[in-house]
Ligand binder design. Structure first.
Ligand SMILES: [Zn+2]
Length: 217
């Protein structure tokens, strides 16, 4: 679904936590044809892979966020075009659209471009994320989290939509940043399960129309 949405290219991984176990799409398989048997399993406590599927090299990033955030049920790391452009420019992703307001404020920028392949670097990303829902990785990509997979996918969609709106608006002039009160009021109308499920269902149906779910029940 995230590949069909144009958010995953040859890179990108989404994970889900189930107790002390984390499931994540594996390192080597194409994202556009990912199948259930291409999901890697990792023990959260120490990052040990379970089974024969190799987890992505940046799995440490996911594990660090699960350890830091009890409310994290799903994490995604990817290199979406518009949001990553902000990360490359080192420009903050401010709130100037309703999709941006969903995040409640400016998306922070983690300032180290090195791939997040160690527990220490994962912890540094988790610190940049703080209590938020997304963080940009300078020169690299983005990370979003949610309470479950639909919530995480919704965060991924809204992050890229916000960045894309800002990118287009910047060609017309300086984007008008929302006030804290505007952000709060818009966010109250958007951060609702019904909105999450609408975004999720739309992503499911687009993937189905594209034929990417044909081999699933
Ligand atoms: Zn990456």
């Amino acid at each position: 679904m995230l590949a069909v949405a144009g958010l995953f290219d040859m890179h990108g991984h989404i994970s889900v936590r189930d107790g002390d176990t984390v499931y994540i799409n594996d390192r080597g398989s194409s994202r556009i044809t990912a199948r259930p048997d291409q999901v890697a399993t990792v023990r959260l406590a120490d990052g040990t892979p379970i089974g024969d599927r190799e987890p992505p090299s940046e799995t440490a990033l996911h594990l660090a966020i699960y350890r830091a955030r009890r409310d994290a049920g799903s994490v995604a790391h990817f290199h979406p075009r518009a949001a990553t452009a902000f990360a490359v420019a080192g420009r903050p992703l401010i709130v100037a659209s309703n999709a941006g307001a969903w995040f409640g404020g400016t998306i922070p920028l983690y300032d180290d471009p090195e791939l997040v392949r160690t527990a220490a670097l994962g912890e540094a990303v988790a610190r940049s994320l703080g209590a938020g829902r997304a963080v940009l990785l300078r020169g690299h990509g983005a990370v979003v989290m949610g309470e479950d997979i639909p919530d995480c996918v919704t965060a991924a969609m809204f992050l890229e939509e916000s960045a894309d709106r800002l990118r287009l608006a910047a060609a017309l002039g300086e984007p008008r940043e929302y006030t804290a009160d505007e952000t709060r009021r818009v966010r109250a109308g958007l951060v609702q399960r019904s909105v999450t499920l609408k975004a999720w269902n739309d992503a499911v149906e687009r993937a189905r129309v594209a034929g990417r779910l044909d081999d699933l029940d």
